[in-house]
Design a protein around this ligand. Structure first.
Ligand SMILES: [Zn+2]
Length: 303
């Protein structure tokens, strides 16, 4: 473990007292950040929510305000981020915030936004973990239910796949195919047991990434207007362009795990399974959630 691999300083309050009860926020916390695609500033406010309400996004810029539950069946776009659509309301780039909720064991929360994108912050889940820490965490008087996978579920497209396998805990095995001079082959895989503390220490700070030529193309069609080296690892064909370099040697693979943790939380509950994937992304992750929901004998409730 290099110095870069040292765990971040996450408050112990976030990971201690992990009883089997549901949790929400103890108070309200807000921040503002840039929307990756539109480039506008977005205000985000985290608020407590009742037992069994799950994570609900609320578009307060619409009249009346629209609620969009964080549910896999509402995912309508997956090209650059996971986007939920309910009737005339949309909320994009939900995955990093949802991953932070998993890492902090938050079950129920209202996420108010005054625009259609969750702000990108630094491209990782760490700023949202910090925001949750500011709001504080409150236990609720009801048990948390898990989805326990009891039969393998697999989805694939070409050589890409994502699968859930029975396991007595949540674990991940993710491989990216990223032949690039700055990313050695042995830094393209993450294989670990992933409880909330491990997520916070090893995954939450991993940033999203992209190529400089892709960013130029996206900007030309009106996307990625807010993208910069402040909120992504940016590579050209030879090297990493960010002056600070990577936060972890396998930061890119770790970020794909972060995305998967957020995407899988769209099941509405944490899962107990081994998530095994090769070159998966938002689209396959969503197909995996839908495949699991479509096969009721492949899982059961656990607490
Ligand atoms: Zn991401």
């Amino acid at each position: 473990m290099s110095l870069l691999d040292a765990p971040s300083t996450i408050a112990p309050t976030l990971t201690s007292s992990l009883s089997g009860r549901q949790r929400t926020l103890a108070s309200t916390a807000s921040t503002t950040g840039v929307a990756l695609h539109s480039g506008v500033r977005v205000k985000i406010t985290l608020k407590p929510a009742p037992i069994d309400s799950g994570i609900v996004f609320r578009r307060v810029d619409m009249t009346p305000a629209r609620d969009i539950p964080a549910r896999a069946e509402l995912v309508k776009e997956t090209r650059l981020a996971t986007t939920l659509v309910l009737d005339d309301a949309k909320v994009a780039t939900v995955e990093h915030l949802l991953a932070a909720c998993v890492g902090c064991s938050i079950d129920n929360a209202i996420i108010e936004l005054d625009n259609l994108e969750v702000p990108i912050m630094d491209g990782s889940a760490a700023p949202f973990v910090f925001l949750i820490e500011q709001a504080g965490i409150a236990e609720q008087a009801a048990p948390r239910k898990f989805i326990e996978v009891i039969q393998p579920i697999r989805v694939e497209t070409g050589d890409k796949f994502a699968q859930l396998l029975p396991s007595d805990h949540f674990e991940v095995d993710f491989t990216i195919d990223f032949s690039h001079p700055a990313i050695p082959d042995d830094q393209c895989r993450v294989q670990m047991r992933l409880d909330p503390a491990e997520f916070l220490d090893h995954i939450s700070r991993a940033r999203t990434f992209g190529f400089s030529y892709e960013a130029d193309m996206l900007r030309a069609i009106g996307l990625a207007q807010g993208g910069s080296m402040e909120n992504a690892v940016v590579l050209d064909e030879f090297k990493i362009l960010n002056r600070e370099g990577l936060r972890f040697a396998n930061e890119l693979a770790r970020h794909k795990v972060l995305d998967a943790v957020g995407d899988l939380f769209l099941l509405g509950h944490r899962i107990q399974a081994k998530y095994h994937a090769y070159k998966s992304g938002h689209d396959l992750n969503n197909k995996l959630c839908r495949a699991l929901m479509a096969q009721p004998d492949a899982w059961r409730w656990a607490s």
